[in-house]
Design a protein. Structure first.
Length: 115
């Protein structure tokens, strides 16, 4: 996995958007990549950015119907995940996860715009 792909996963992780299998994938890739100054820099920058985002806006209450719409939306955009237990499926797995995150980003962006 190259730095661009790892940065994408690190960014989503910094915002709390990775599930357990995504966190495990990122952890494996970082371990396989070794001690890397660029990866550490990416992690530090993403953590700092996430912290700034948390303080950027005052919290606003969200209408209950908006919460229901956001929670229902991922099911409408579900992506079939490949069998990750098979060797050589990491690229397919990453593509499927990237497609799922793209839908999640759209939902988060819409929710942020409404807020």
């Amino acid at each position: 996995m190259n730095h661009e792909q790892m940065a994408e996963l690190i960014a989503v992780r910094s915002l709390g958007g990775l599930d357990g299998s995504d966190v495990a994938l990122l952890s494996r890739e970082l371990a396989n990549h070794g001690d890397c100054a660029e990866c550490r820099m990416i992690e530090d920058e993403m953590a700092e950015t996430a912290a700034m985002l948390a303080a950027a806006l005052d919290p606003e209450p969200v209408a209950p119907e908006m919460i229901e719409a956001i929670l229902a939306a991922p099911a409408a955009h579900a992506v079939a995940m490949p069998d990750t237990a098979m060797p050589g499926r990491a690229a397919d797995d990453l593509s499927a996860r990237r497609a799922r995150r793209t839908s999640l980003r759209a939902i988060v962006a819409a929710a942020a715009a409404v807020a």
